[in-house]
Design a binder for this molecule. Structure first.
Ligand SMILES: *Cc1c(COP(=O)(O)O)cnc(C)c1O
Length: 381
């Protein structure tokens, strides 16, 4: 079976066992599964960073639990530990630690807090597959970890995701849910393969912006299998057929991609190192070097003074900068009340999400990007 081959390939990179890996249609579905397996129920509190992707609080809200956001530390783009400590209550059931842009949370300290309070921890490794923390693969330190293989993640199967369960006591719960997974329809697998081909053969530096816009528009209107179904971005009701299994086309693509992931991650780290050296030498904001050899830099975050202008200028110079996370609950612009998020409680996340752009790390030659930065130094914080 291809799926057991895929699980073995993933487990090998994670230094784990295939029996501990579970496959899903998307990363968010893996999160939903593990929350259920942990026995999360209505009224339970789940702590998460106030700088994440909206599908994370969605998975929590679909179960009827309460997302409790914690503001971030501007140096790591992850939890401010002191604020995390004061967010813990007797109702806290889980803490979700995120690899933001590939950067880890302070996992020892968080796990200690969790253990003391009888709380589960889940690592959101959707940006961090293939990276390590203190010498161990991302995902090793918590009760469970989930990963995404959506378009822009460390490796891509179009859309897709999986779960790693480290805590044996949760495995039974996850296994029980396996039979509830909805099988993808045949045509859904075909569409995913088609989209992968479009991306491989038609997307280049000239077409990317236009094709991305078209893709986002079609997926907002549910005309294509997008990263999100239309109502996931405007509603907190669980979409139809949400709890879906992975398709054979995704598995096939995943096996291919896993063969080149290591090379890709090396390239990401190399570019990140050069961006850091450059930014540091110019007295601009950069990601601390202590975080270096451990992290894979899916994106390189950079704070700029006026993002709109900066992105326009980049577009003119044919540089594709990423736009993660343009909102504390990416990609929702505007009111976040529906997700129980009150902007005034999270000033750092709000400020950073208004200023951050991402430098590309998957490129073979970063000279053009460095030149662009040099020409726009006064726009960088
Ligand atoms: C992409 C992403 C997810 C969800 O992954 P999907 O596979 O798209 O469901 C979760 N958390 C974060 C931080 C992400 O960026």
């Amino acid at each position: 079976m291809k799926s057991s081959k895929y699980k073995s390939a993933i487990a090998a990179i994670l230094g784990s066992k295939p029996e501990k890996i579970f496959l899903y249609w998307k990363g968010r579905v893996a999160l939903y599964a593990v929350l259920k397996a942990m026995g999360v129920k209505e009224g339970d509190e789940i702590i998460l960073p106030a700088f994440t992707c909206v599908v994370v609080p969605n998975a929590i809200l679909y179960i009827g639990a309460k997302p409790v956001y914690v503001d971030i530390d501007p140096g790591t783009y992850n939890f401010d530990i002191n604020k995390l400590k004061s967010a813990v209550t007797s109702k806290t059931k889980v803490i979700i630690c995120q690899n933001t842009f590939g950067l880890s949370s302070n996992l020892e300290e968080i796990n200690e807090i969790a253990k003391r309070n009888n709380i589960y921890t889940i690592e959101d490794c959707t940006h961090g597959f293939g990276g390590t923390y203190n010498g161990k693969p991302n995902g090793s330190f918590c009760d469970a970890a989930f990963y995404s293989t959506q378009w822009n993640k460390p490796f891509s199967t179009g859309i897709g995701g999986f779960l790693l369960v480290n805590n044996e006591s949760i495995i039974t719960g996850v296994k029980q849910l396996e039979s509830e997974k909805i099988k993808p329809k045949f045509y859904e697998g075909i569409i995913v393969s088609l989209l992968i081909r479009v991306r491989k053969y038609l997307v280049n530096e000239y077409t990317q912006r236009m094709l991305t816009e078209i893709f986002r528009l079609l997926s907002r209107h549910n005309l294509i299998i997008g990263s999100s179904q239309g109502n996931e971005l405007s509603d907190i009701k669980i979409p139809n057929n949400y709890f879906k299994d992975i398709s054979p086309s995704q598995i096939r693509e995943g096996l291919k991609q896993l063969r080149i992931i290591e090379k890709k991650n090396e390239l990401r780290k190399l570019n990140a190192k050069e961006y850091t050296q450059f930014l540091k030498s110019k007295g601009k904001n950069y990601v601390s070097e202590e975080l270096f050899n451990n992290h894979l830099f899916l994106k390189y975050p950079l704070l700029v003074k006026n993002r709109e202008l900066f992105l326009e200028e980049a577009g003119r110079s044919k540089i594709n900068l990423g736009d993660w996370f343009i909102s504390p609950l990416h990609p929702i612009k505007g009111n976040l009340k529906l997700w129980e998020f009150n902007e005034k409680d999270f000033p750092i996340a709000v400020n950073i999400s208004s200023k951050v752009v991402n430098l590309p790390t998957e490129i073979k030659n970063n000279r053009k990007v460095l030149n662009f930065l040099l020409n726009n130094l006064n726009q960088i914080e």
